[in-house]
Every structure is written in structure tokens, then in C-alpha cells.
Design a protein around this ligand. Structure first.
Ligand SMILES: Cc1cc2nc3c(=O)[nH]c(=O)nc-3n(C[C@H](O)[C@H](O)[C@H](O)COP(=O)(O)OP(=O)(O)OC[C@H]3O[C@@H](n4cnc5c(N)ncnc54)[C@H](O)[C@@H]3O)c2cc1C
Ligand code: FES
Ligand code: FES
Length: 1349
């Protein structure tokens, strides 16, 4: 259907400017939009979210790094009569640049009213959404891949499938982040569309039963969606300029026009734009007067191929450059160009590459020293560029271009010329035997790209063979991105190599030169690692030539150590085994998650999707950049668009400066005169739009004074020195076990005071903190908050505003990922909005930008641990003592619970005697808070580190040390008391054995050993790790009401965070009410709706945390259902006597007629003796470490987890996989770095790397065991939210095992006897960490060993 929308786009609702003649015309999901006044700095995302009903485009990062905002952009080529479709990040795309385009968002594919698209249906049916915030972007990425696959000339796919291959399907979401699912089910959705899919490979889904795999997938019709509406094809898109106030957008169509636009206004601030992706890295807070879109100038946008070179216009997108380079058919040049294309495919993400221009990249490298891949690769092949300054055109080498002073804003890069290979000019040897070699390299934490490299390199060489020697005739060695201004040629190394026969000693000397040459500038992270990468890449390039003839050695010129195909292999397979119980139907069924399809179609409403009420204004936080300082003043750079500034001076009379609270105490909302940590909230600036509020906050200037202040406490050691601690109430401090001195006396060996340091981790929920506060009558306020604890926010807001709690209504429908970060940390966000709304008497909302969120979040507790352990010669531990210094930050938050959480998990082994000392250090860091498995993940890891240490000391297999220290039931009871439950409930030994068999452990140990014997530069490691995790139930309310038509509405204290709480509650309601035994009770499930939490409707909602809220909410609901069933039963029996069978609707009608109360509420309070219990699981992980780069690939992970009788195995499976992958992030990838003041510097997707589809295990097998009846549990179920995260330590342990192999090999090269002693492997085990332990100089020792033999 076509619609007509003529919209006047303005960024501030209050200022409307007279319409111009020029107009911007485009379509969104088939609807026509025409705009005449546009602020040229407006992004497509801002427009869609604030001026249309299409809210599915989510803001996850605002920098092209997450894919949550992805849209399909379609253009019509009037000459070729073809539609071009590609994904783009709407957060970077400028609205003015989409003139004549059609936009498709996930809403355009289908919806709940007209029918969902098969993509939506499959996301739901494969259980591939949890919080659902990433899902719309995922759907669009997949849709784009499907649309483009149809355009290929491949044979038609079977009906219902696409031309997409499985591998392409998986890769289609490689630029999208998901923090909940762990990607496996999303990969299955993608693969399910592929023409070459093997249905057996697809995971658990609701479309077929496990035993009867008859494909019944929702039908995919490739022609269903028209991406470019007919009406747009006939439009005249003569846009050459558009403006808003004094800001202009120009689209010159020729170089002459460009010249005159540039010359026209010398004094104005001008920005040349192509893809506008540059603002992702170089954030722009200033406004330009003039934007000049270069894309329509033919000279800048063509690709010309001649016999000697390929000329690429500067505005050509990287994607188009890749296609063109792949298509060139020319002997050796063709190979070189194809390798360049392969390298370019690792740049950014597909969505970025589709719009980002080659010229934009090079200009960023030239002007701002951007660590470019393009510059490095093109430098090695002697590229030239044409630049235009005024009317003067110049062709210069890329090297010259990069060396010159920064290009001014009115100079234009016109084109890039990549020469084809000339025949090698051989000055040294026989021409007929020459060969050209070319290779490119990049070391980055994500194999498929979407991460800047630590170093990139490109090497081009002409080599010839003479007798048995290989001589280098010419060589170009380009190294970039390692902490230099721009890419550089290693001319000293080149000069050294040219003309010499390549021997081991020549190679060795050249590597020494390379190490000296590649020397990062001061302040660059991991300098030694980056230098060693240069050495290792050069080694990889040249070593195969040593001692062998050119022609036979490198054959197809491929690298010995790296193989692109292997590098980019994704999730090859996965298996899920679930043992469900039908005893309490529909509880126990793997039913589809409630609301999954509307999450996929973008209809699910998150807080920021609620339309802004009339008069709404927007807030942004101004935070401290000093750890301890007096705040003298806060100044805004410009007051334009600012409506107010709220700080600690603005509390109403009697109101407290409180932003969050727990039983341990409050945290202030704003710093008063003194700021006590970086990231502390100082003020909340309110403006007419979120963008203006963010800009005002970002450009604000805070005047600090540190005179006469003590230095801040920034380390736990300083906290100890100053005795700066938070108290842990004695009632939650755990008890010591046994007699430590006695245990030590019994030991044969002892390790004293070994140290471990564990870092923080950021939540990286895809939806950042957000709230909307709306003042209501009579001093009341309604606050919509994305929060895990609405009840506490209500209480904090009331205290802050000095109003009774019944005046505060906090509403939470769904949360776009929480992981603990939306508990305490969401309260100040809601409170600041409430305070500003209260002060300004108008609605106030905020959607905290990713950077501010990362700076203020706090995250997981970093800590330092020292352990002393005594053990027997067989590895049996007799005593363990821990000294733990927890860095809690500036306020208590929940930090005092850390000792009990940690000891609860640490006790997974029988340590004989266990003693400990915890200090919860008060420091000048942002307060740390609960993050999924708070303390537990660290403690579980510490236990494993101790075990590994002992194994290393005794040189005994680590698996045996684990087993000898396992609990028997008696010791379990001693360590855990009542939590241990009954002997039959201790399922860990069974799980452990089962996993041994199911993972084929013994056989794989042999295979790993064999692999390690045969491979020099790759080593594998295998590890099997057990998991115990104690959880505790808390009291929680529930309410079930039956409406007149028989539909049922349920309220619970628990919040739906994506963990499937609503789904389990729905199932429990249907089960509970089915006890009435009406006709057709099977259909009750469809009648249940769980509704948003509302603190005035359901009081005492409490915390949604600790993994047990789902089961507690279910129990609360079950109690309500029992009450209702008791009320309904007599009526039903009477009806039955009269009518035989009774239908549900009839029963409810009768009950209403008889004035039966059809609403019941409850407050489930767990019995003290039954509230704690233990969860069990185990995992085997196998990894492969690349010794040259430090890259770790997780080859396989096998998990067995005991869910009791799972309430919903599909939901629990999602929790297990998602938690495991989040754990991989903690142990392997995520560096939450701060500067020396404690200010978070890893503040966006550029620097903080959560797992992506290319970093999860290639094979992921999960088995959920049903451990049968557990009398004291909710329908025998057990928790799944947090415990599986702990299992990811198996990946870390396996990495340690692989590194151990590498170190032993290095010892042998060094001529040392025996095996390596114990080493600590840092968390996270990133590439630099791994490589450093494997030996930054391993190649040198290897060559030395060759020379000496
Ligand atoms: C998430 C993400 C990841 C990335 N990862 C990588 C990576 O791994 N490796 C890598 O090499 N790059 C990477 N990039 C950088 C990317 O390649 C560049 O952002 C992009 O190529 C810039 O092109 P653009 O058309 O978007 O430029 P724009 O943003 O439009 O412009 C960038 C700058 O160049 C100027 N400019 C543009 N064209 C011209 C011209 N013809 N003449 C004069 N000035 C001009 C503009 O005025 C502006 O100052 C990444 C980018 C993003 C967003
Ligand atoms: S919001 Fe655009 S990519 Fe993250
Ligand atoms: S479901 Fe992907 S981020 Fe939550």
C-alpha cells in the first residue's frame, strides 16, 4: 500500500523555518516522505525514531559498531532499471543523503496485524530472541542477505529456501551484536533459509519435534517484499541543496559545481561528506554551516580499469571496491587484487562498508591519523592518488599524500590509482624464474573484522631462484595501525633484504631490524606485542622461501600459518539435548518465548519507544572526570537549546540527595561540592532534544579544585594503607570451615601467597539506561524505567522529592538487557528524570548514550586475591586461605554481599579447611555493582586457578587433581549445610562422568596431544571444569485475574529482562488454572497475558536478580491459581452435573454471574530452610592458540547443566548458552580499561569487544539434564540465569593448557630441560596476553634453534 507523508523535519519542535523549494523525497516501508526543511546533521535514525512510527531501529551504540539500527537501503538505477539493496547503519547515515531511496525496517517485513514475515516467525520459533533489543537489526541484516542472494545468478533454490549459502547466512549477522543469546540460535535462523542447509544441523525449535524432523518451517517467499516502491521510480530527485536555519546541504553534480560551491563561501565551516561513517570514530559536537555531498560527481564515483591500473573514484564504497577488485582478471595482478579485496572484507562491518568510501578512509588516515587498513594495503602496492586543491589537480604517491600536512577542509581527494604488477624487474638473477609474492595481515580480536587491528601489514615481493637460493629482487613492506601517525614502509628492512639470497641468518637479521623499526609511539597499548606481530608476519611471509625454491615452496602464494578459509569459519555445528518433563503440562514444554515475534517485527515497546508526551524535554548527565575534587562550577559552552540544569542544589525542601539504595545504604544522586570518583553524576542538563542535551553535556566545562585534598584512593593497596573499607554486616559474612593451621600441618606441599588479579566487566546491555518521567496531578509522578528493581526506584524517588511513595508510580514493561546493571544503576537515571520533571513541571526523559553509560556504569567488581594452599603429594588439598581485596568503588551498592557470594561458589571443591579474609575497599572509583554471577564467577575461577597451580607444581594431570578434591555428599553437607539438600540431589559426579563420555574426552585428549606434536605455530588445549553455584529464593508477589471473556491477566514482582520470566509465568498460570479441569484447558496458555510491572498495582516487587526470580514469580502465581481454582471448583462441579463437560468460558461466565472474586493475589515467602540450593553443571572446552598472533579460537564447547525439571527447556537453553558466551567475554575478550584517574576509556564499541558470532565456539553442544523430582523446589525446577556463566572458565583453562604447550616448545628451542613452571594467565586472555606468554620472541628462538642444528 502506498501512503503520502509530507513531513517538515526539524530537530527542535519549537522552531519552524519557512519551507524552501528544494525537497527531500524517500520512502520508509512503502510510505512516501517529503521533507523541505532538514537540519543536515540529522541522522536517519534520529528521524525514524522521533518523526515516524518506525521505532524498530534501535540505538545501541551510535557508532556503527552494533547493528541495532540497521536498515535496508534501496536505490533505483534509472539507466540500468535495477534496484540496489544494501544494509546501512541508520545511526551514521545522514537523512539528506537518502534522497530518492527507499528504507525497509523490520516493520516493513510484517507485523502482528497483517501477519509476520517468515524471518520474524523463525526468530521466535528458534528461540532466538531474549531481551529482543538486537532482534530488529538482526532481522534486517538477514533480510538484506536474502534479497541480495536472489539477485545472483545461482540456480533457483528449492521452494521456500533462498539462494543464500549456509556460510553466507551466518556471516550476514557478523556486524550485529547480541548480549543475550550467545548467537547460536540466531545462526540457526539464518541457516534455516540457506539453500544448502542440512535440516539436521538446525537446533531446537518449535517447528518440529526432535524425533520427527519433518521440515515445517514458516514459508519463505523471496518475492513477498517489494523493497523499492513503484511511486518512487517516477519521482524527480533534483535535490541540489536543502537547508535548515543557516545550515545547508549541497549535492553538486559535477566537478565544476563542486568547485563553485567550495569557492563560494570561504569563511563558512564546510564538511565534505560521503558515507559519513567517519563520525563514528571522530565524534563531532560542532555544527557545520555547509555539508557537501560528493557522491553524485561522476569523476569521483567511477571505477576505470585499464591495462596498467585500476582507477577508483574517491567516493566509491568499500563494498564496491571489493567487488571490482575481485572481478579483475589479470594474472598476477589479479591475485594481488583479490588478496586486497579479501583484506578489505575485514574492514568494519558490511553495513559500514556499503556506504564508507575508500577516499573517506584515506582522508581520515591522512588528516587525523586514523589507523587505516586501506592505507597500509595500498601503500605496499605503490598506489597513487589524485587530489584537487582549488582548481589545481595533482597526482602523487600515497606515501607523499600521507606525509603531507593535513588536507584542508576544501581540498578534495579525487581518485585512487592501483597499478597492476609490472613484470618483476630482475636485477640480480635469472628472469624466467621470478615470482611475485603478496600477502596482507591484520591481527584483530574479531576474525571477521568489526575491530581495529593491533597491527596491519602488507608485503609485496619479487623473488627469483638461482640454483638453490631464493633472491629477493624487490620488496615493499608496509606496516600500519601499530601506534604511528600513519602507515610506514620499513625501508631499512627492505634495503637489507634486496639482492640477498634468503637464508635463515638473513631472515633472522631482517626480523631484528623489523622489530626495531616497528616501534609504537609512547602511550600506545601493548607496544612489545605490536612489534612482535611485525616480526612474526614477516617471518610468515619469508620463512617458506628459506631453503626452498620459489616455484615449489609457495605454490599458490598462500600463507603457511594463516588460512583465510579457516580463519573465517564460523559456528560449524551445535547440538542441544533436552530432557523435559510433561508432568506439569504446559510447564516443562519448550514453548516459544512470550512476545518473541513482536520483538522481531519491532512492535515490542521499550522505554525509549514510548512516544514523547507533549512538552517533553530531554536530559543528559554531566559526570566527573576527576577521582576526588571539589566542584567549583559547571559551565555550559552554549545555553542555546538548553532548558535547565539540575544538580544537588535542586532537591525540593525535605528531599534527600539520594539516587540509589540497598539495605547497606544509599548512594547520592549528584556529587555535592565534592566529587568522589570519575563518572560520578555532577548535574543533569535538560534540552529540547536528546541530541542537544548530549552535546551540551559533552561540551560542558566543570571547574575542579583539588587544593588541600588528600590524594584519591585508586588501588586496593592504597585502600588497605588508609583502612578505607566498607563494613560487611556479620549476619552475611560467611563462616570459615575447619582448622586452617591443622590443614596446613597435614600437607606435603604448600604454595604461599600466590596472587591473582581479576578485572571489571561492563554489562553491555544493548539498551542503555533510560527513563521517562511524567508529572501527574496532585504532586504525583509516573516514571517509565528500564529497571530490574522498580520498587526501590519508587522509594528512592519519593525520598528525593520528599513525597509519599504512593505518589510515585514506576512502570517497567520490558528491559533491553540488564545482567545486574539495571538494578541499582538504573535508579539514579529514573530519579534524575523525576527530579528534573518535578522541577520543570514537564515530562523529562533520557536515553543515556553509550559512552556516558560505560563511564558511569561501574560494572563487575575488580579484585586482588592472594591464596595460600596446602596439599598432599597426590593433589588432595588440606587447607586453603584466601585474602581478597575487593575494589568496591565509592559507595556500598551491593558490595557487602561479595564475601558470601564468593565463598558459596568457591566451596565447589573440598578444600579440607577453608579460611579467608575479605576487605571491601572503598576507593575513588565509580561504585561497582552486581553483574551476572557477582563474585561467583570470580570465585569459581579462583578455585580452578588453585587447582591448576597444584597440578603444575606436582606435574599431575589437572583432571585428576580436580577429581581427588571433589566433594562426597558428607563434605558437601559440611561445606554447604542445608543447601546441599538430599544425597540424590548432588548430581555433579554424574554430570562429570556423563560429560566425559558425551564429549569423547579421552579420545580428544589424544587428538590434542597428537596435534601439538605435529604443529609448531598452533597449539591446542582441552579442559573440563565443574560448576557449583548456590542460589537463594526471595519473597515475591503475584496476582492472577480472570476477565469476563475468560482471558487471564497476570502481574508478578519479577521483571522480564529477556530471561523468559513472562513465558515461564504464563506456563505456570496455565498449569495452575488447568486444575479446574474444564473442557479444553489445553488452550489456557493462549489466554494468559503477563503485564508490565507497576509499583502502585503490585507492591513489594523486590529485586529481579540472583537467577531465582522466575521460579519465585511462578510460585507466587501458582498460589494465586490454587486460590482461584478453589473458588471455581464448586461452580464447575455443579455445572458438570447439569451439562456434562464444562467449557472454560462458560465456567467464567457463571462465576461472574455468581459474583465470585476472580482475582487473587499472593506473596510467596520461601521457607527459610528451603530457600537456598545448589546448581550443578560442567563444561569441556577445546581451544586452539595461534602462537604468532596470540589469537585463540574456541573449537568446541560441551556443556551439561542440571535444570532439575526445567520449567521451559528452550528458555533455560537460551540462558545457558547466553551466559556461557557472556562468560567468554569476561575471560577472553572484554577489557574495561580506565586511565590513571579511573576514568573509563574503553567507552564504546571501538574499544570494548563483546563476543560476536565469529568468536563463539565453532561447535557448541549443550545438554540439559532433568535430575528428577526435587521436593523443595518450584515444581522440581532449578535456576539457569547466572550459574552457566561460570562454566566459561573452561575456555580460559583450555587456553592455559595450550599456552603451556607453547612454553614447553619454547623452552626446548632455548635448550632448557623439563617443562615450564606455573604461570598466571590474566583475565581476559586477550591476544596480547596470550602471545606474551607464548613468547614475544618465539620466532627468534626458533630460528636460532635452526641455526644451531
Ligand atoms: C564501525 C566502523 C569500523 C571501522 N573499521 C575499520 C577498519 O577496521 N579498518 C579501516 O581501515 N577502516 C575502518 N573504518 C573506517 C572506515 O573505513 C571509514 O570510516 C570510511 O571509509 C570513511 O568513509 P566515508 O565515506 O564514510 O567518509 P565520511 O565520513 O563521509 O568522511 C570522512 C572524512 O573525510 C572527508 N572526506 C571524505 N571524502 C573526501 C574526499 N573525497 N576528499 C576530501 N575529503 C573527504 C570528510 O570531510 C570527513 O572529514 C571503520 C569505520 C566504522 C564506522
Ligand atoms: S546504533 Fe547504529 S550500529 Fe549501533
Ligand atoms: S536478545 Fe540480543 S541483545 Fe538481547
Amino acid at each position: 500500500m502506498e501512503h503520502n507523508n509530507t513531513v517538515q523535519l526539524i530537530t527542535t519542535p519549537t522552531k519552524i523555518i519557512k519551507s524552501q523549494n528544494q525537497k527531500l523525497v524517500f520512502a520508509v516501508n512503502g510510505e512516501r516522505f517529503e521533507l523541505s526543511n532538514v537540519d543536515p546533521s540529522t541522522t536517519l535514525l534520529q528521524f525514524l525514531r522521533s518523526h515516524t512510527r518506525f521505532k524498530s531501529v534501535k540505538l545501541g551504540c551510535g557508532e556503527g559498531g552494533c547493528g541495532a539500527c540497521n536498515v535496508l537501503l534501496s536505490k533505483f538505477d534509472t539507466n540500468l532499471k535495477q534496484i540496489e539493496d544494501y544494509i546501512a547503519n541508520s545511526c551514521l547515515t545522514l537523512l539528506c543523503s537518502i534522497n530518492g531511496c527507499s528504507i525497509t525496517t523490520t516493520e516493513g517485513l510484517g507485523n502482528s496485524k497483517d501477519g509476520f514475515h517468515s524471518i520474524h516467525q523463525r526468530f521466535a520459533g528458534f528461540h532466538a530472541t531474549q531481551c529482543g533489543f538486537c532482534t530488529p537489526g538482526m532481522c534486517v541484516s538477514l533480510f538484506s542477505a536474502l534479497v541480495n542472494a536472489e539477485k545472483t545468478e545461482r540456480p533457483e533454490a528449492t521452494l521456500g529456501f533462498s539462494k543464500l549459502t549456509v556460510s553466507e547466512a551466518e556471516k550476514s549477522i557478523s556486524g550485529n551484536l547480541c548480549r543475550c543469546t550467545g548467537y547460536r540460535p540466531i545462526a540457526d535462523v539464518c541457516k534455516s533459509f540457506a539453500g544448502d542447509v542440512d535440516m539436521e544441523d538446525l537446533g531446537l525449535n518449535s517447528f518440529w519435534k526432535r524425533d520427527a524432523k519433518l521440515p515445517k518451517l514458516p514459508f519463505y517467499d523471496s518475492k513477498q517484499i517489494c523493497t523499492y516502491p513503484e511511486f518512487l521510480k517516477n519521482e524527480d530527485f533534483g535535490l541540489d541543496s536543502i537547508n535548515y536555519q543557516n545550515a545547508y546541504w549541497h549535492s553538486p553534480m559535477s566537478m565544476d559545481e563542486l568547485g563553485s560551491v567550495l569557492l563560494d563561501e570561504k569563511s563558512l565551516k564546510v564538511k565534505l561528506v560521503v558515507g559519513n561513517t567517519g563520525i563514528s570514530y571522530y565524534k563531532e559536537y560542532e555544527k557545520y554551516d555547509k555539508y557537501i555531498d560528493l557522491r553524485f560527481i561522476p569523476e569521483l564515483s567511477v571505477i576505470k580499469i585499464s591495462s596498467s591500473c585500476i582507477d577508483i573514484g574517491a567516493t566509491v564504497s568499500i563494498s564496491k571496491v571489493i567487488s571490482a577488485l575481485k572481478d579483475v582478471e589479470a594474472d598476477e595482478s589479479g591475485i594481488v587484487l583479490k588478496k586486497i579485496a579479501l583484506h578489505f572484507e575485514k574492514i568494519a562491518t558490511e553495513a559500514v562498508r556499503n556506504v564508507a568510501s575508500i577516499g573517506g578512509n584515506l582522508v581520515m588516515a591522512q588528516r587525523q591519523n586514523f589507523p587505516s587498513d586501506i592505507a597500509t594495503v595500498l601503500l605496499a602496492v605503490k598506489t597513487k592518488v589524485t587530489i584537487l586543491k582549488g582548481v589545481k589537480k595533482e597526482i602523487i604517491t600515497l606515501e607523499d599524500f600521507l606525509e603531507r600536512p593535513s588536507l584542508d577542509s576544501k581540498s578534495v581527494l579525487v581518485s585512487v590509482h592501483i597499478p597492476f604488477s609490472e613484470q618483476p624487474n630482475n636485477g640480480y638473477s635469472n628472469i624466467s624464474k621470478t615470482k611475485r609474492l603478496f600477502e596482507t595481515y591484520r591481527a584483530s580480536p574479531r576474525p571477521l573484522g568489526n575491530a581495529l587491528p593491533y597491527l596491519n601489514a602488507a608485503f609485496l615481493a619479487d623473488v627469483s631462484s638461482c640454483d638453490s637460493d631464493v633472491i629477493i629482487d624487490n620488496i615493499q613492506l608496509a606496516f600500519g595501525s601499530f601506534g604511528v601517525k600513519h602507515v610506514v614502509r620499513a625501508s631499512e628492512v627492505e634495503n637489507y633484504l634486496v639482492g640477498k639470497p634468503l637464508t635463515v641468518s638473513v631472515l633472522s637479521q631482517s626480523l631484528k631490524l623489523a622489530r626495531r623499526f616497528v616501534s609504537p609511539e609512547d602511550g600506545t597499548s601493548h607496544p612489545a606485542y605490536r612489534s612482535s606481530l611485525a616480526v612474526d608476519y614477516l617471518f610468515d611471509f619469508l620463512y617458506p622461501l628459506v631453503d626452498s625454491k620459489v616455484n615449489s615452496s609457495r605454490g599458490n602464494n598462500s600463507s603457511l600459518i594463516y588460512n583465510d578459509c579457516e580463519r573465517t569459519m564460523l559456528l560449524s555445528s551445535a547440538k542441544q539435548v533436552i530432557e523435559s518433563s510433561h508432568e506439569h503440562y504446559p510447564v516443562g514444554e519448550p514453548i516459544v518465548k512470550s512476545g518473541a515475534a513482536i520483538q522481531a517485527s519491532g512492535e515490542a515497546v521499550f522505554v525509549d519507544d514510548i512516544p514523547s508526551p507533549l512538552n517533553c524535554v530531554y536530559g543528559a548527565f554531566i559526570y566527573s572526570t576527576k577521582p576526588l575534587a571539589r566542584v567549583k562550577s559547571v559551565n555550559l559552552k552554549s545555553e542555546e537549546d538548553v532548558i535547565g540544569l539540575v544538580s544537588y542544589k535542586d532537591f525540593p525542601e525535605g528531599g534527600d540527595n539520594v539516587g540509589a539504595k540497598t539495605i547497606f545504604g544509599p548512594e547520592p544522586l549528584f556529587a555535592n561540592d565534592l566529587t568522589e570518583c570519575t563518572g560520578q553524576r555532577i548535574a543533569f542538563v535538560v534540552a529540547d532534544t536528546q541530541k542537544n542535551a548530549d552535546m551540551a553535556a559533552d561540551m560542558s566545562i566543570v571547574d575542579y579544585d583539588i587544593m588541600n585534598l588528600e590524594p584519591p584512593i585508586l588501588t586496593v593497596e592504597q585502600a588497605v594503607e588508609k583502612s578505607s573499607f566498607f563494613e560487611v554486616p556479620s549476619f552475611i559474612y560467611p563462616s570459615q570451615i575447619g582448622d586452617f593451621s591443622k590443614g596446613m600441618a597435614e600437607s606435603d606441599h604448600q604454595i604461599h601467597s600466590a596472587e591473582i588479579r581479576l578485572p571489571s566487566q561492563y554489562y553491555f546491555y544493548m539498551e542503555t539506561q533510560t527513563a521517562l518521567a511524567v508529572p501527574d496531578e496532585d504532586n504525583c509522578i509516573v516514571v517509565y524505567s528500564s529497571i530490574q528493581v522498580p520498587e526501590y526506584a519508587q522509594s528512592v524517588i519519593a525520598r528525593c522529592l520528599n513525597i509519599p511513595e504512593h505518589n510515585v508510580r514506576v512502570i517497567t514493561r520490558r528491559v533491553g538487557g540488564g545482567f545486574g546493571g539495571k538494578a541499582l544503576k538504573a535508579m539514579p537515571i529514573a530519579t534524575a528524570c523525576a527530579l528534573a520533571a518535578y522541577k520543570l513541571r514537564r515530562p523529562v526523559r533520557t536515553y543515556v548514550n553509550r559512552k556516558t553509560d560505560m563511564i558511569m556504569a561501574g560494572g563487575r567488581h575488580p579484585m586482588k586475591i592472594n591464596y595460600t594452599v596446602g596439599f598432599k603429594s597426590n593433589g588432595k588439598i588440606t587447607a586453603l586461605h584466601l585474602d581478597v581485596l575487593v575494589n568496591a568503588g565509592m559507595s556500598t551498592d551491593i558490595s557487602p554481599i561479595l564475601p558470601s557470594n564468593m565463598i558459596g561458589t568457591l566451596k565447589k571443591y573440598n578444600f579440607g579447611a577453608l579460611s579467608f579474609d575479605f576487605k571491601i575497599c572503598k576507593t575513588n572509583h565509580s561504585s561497582k555493582s552486581a553483574m551476572r554471577g557477582p563474585g561467583e564467577v570470580q570465585a569459581s575461577y579462583i578455585a580452578e586457578a588453585v587447582i591448576e597451580h597444584i597440578a603444575s607444581v606436582l606435574n599431575i594431570d589437572v583432571g585428576l587433581i580436580r577429581e581427588i578434591n571433589f566433594h562426597d555428599f558428607d563434605s558437601l553437607k559440611l561445606f554447604y549445610g542445608v543447601s546441599a539438600g538430599e544425597p540424590l540431589e548432588y548430581t555433579l559426579p554424574t554430570i562429570w562422568d556423563k560429560l566425559m563420555t558425551s564429549s569423547n574426552f579421552d579420545y580428544r585428549v589424544e587428538m590434542v596431544n597428537e596435534f601439538n606434536r605435529c604443529n609448531i605455530w598452533r597449539k591446542k588445549g582441552l579442559s573440563r571444569v565443574p560448576m557449583l553455584h548456590e542460589v537463594s529464593l526471595r519473597a515475591t508477589p503475584g496476582k492472577v485475574s480472570i476477565l469476563r471473556d475468560g482471558s487471564i491477566v497476570v502481574e508478578v514482582g519479577g521483571i522480564e529482562l529477556g530471561q523468559g520470566l513472562w513465558t515461564k509465568v504464563k506456563q505456570m498460570t496455565a498449569y495452575g488454572l488447568s486444575a479446574v479441569r474444564c473442557d479444553g484447558s489445553d488452550g489456557l496458555l493462549e489466554k494468559v497475558r503477563v503485564v508490565q510491572a507497576d509499583t502502585l498495582s503490585m507492591v513489594q516487587g523486590g529485586f529481579t536478580a540472583g537467577s531465582t526470580t522466575s521460579e519465585a514469580s511462578c510460585e507466587a502465581v501458582r498460589i494465586c491459581c490454587n486460590v482461584l481454582v478453589e473458588r471455581l471448583k464448586p461452580i464447575k462441579e455443579k455445572l458438570e452435573e447439569r451439562m456434562g463437560s464444562v467449557k472454560w468460558e462458560v465456567l467464567i461466565m457463571q462465576a461472574n454471574g455468581q459474583s465470585v472474586n476472580l482475582s487473587a493475589s499472593s506473596y510467596f515467602v520461601p521457607e527459610f530452610m528451603d530457600m537456598r540450593y545448589i546448581n550443578y553443571g560442567a563444561a569441556v572446552s577445546e581451544v586452539e592458540v595461534n602462537l604468532l598472533t596470540g589469537e585463540t579460537k574456541i573449537l568446541q564447547a560441551d556443556i551439561i547443566y542440571d535444570c532439575g525439571q526445567s520449567l521451559n527447556p528452550a528458555v533455560d537453553l537460551g540462558q545457558i548458552e547466553g551466559a556461557f558466551v557472556q562468560g567468554i567475554g569476561f575471560f577472553m575478550l572484554e577489557e574495561y580499561l580506565t586511565n590513571s584517574d579511573g576514568l573509563v576509556v574503553a567507552d564504546g564499541t571501538w574499544t570494548y569487544k563483546i563476543p560476536t558470532i565469529d568468536t563463539i565456539p565453532s561447535q557448541l553442544n549443550v545438554q540439559i539434564v532433568n535430575s528428577g523430582p526435587h521436593k523443595k523446589r518450584v515444581l522440581s525446577s532449578k535456576a539457569s540465569g547466572e550459574p552457566p556463566l561460570l562454566l566459561a572458565s573452561s575456555v580460559h583453562c583450555a587456553t592455559r593448557a595450550a599456552i603451556k604447550e607453547a612454553r614447553n616448545q619454547l623452552r626446548s628451542w632455548k635448550g632448557l630441560e623439563g617443562s615450564d613452571s606455573f604461570f598466571q594467565l590474566d583475565v581476559p586472555a586477550t591476544m596480547p596476553v596470550v602471545k606474551t606468554l607464548c613468547g614475544l620472541d618465539s620466532v627468534d628462538f626458533y630460528l636460532q634453534s635452526l641455526l644451531s642444528t
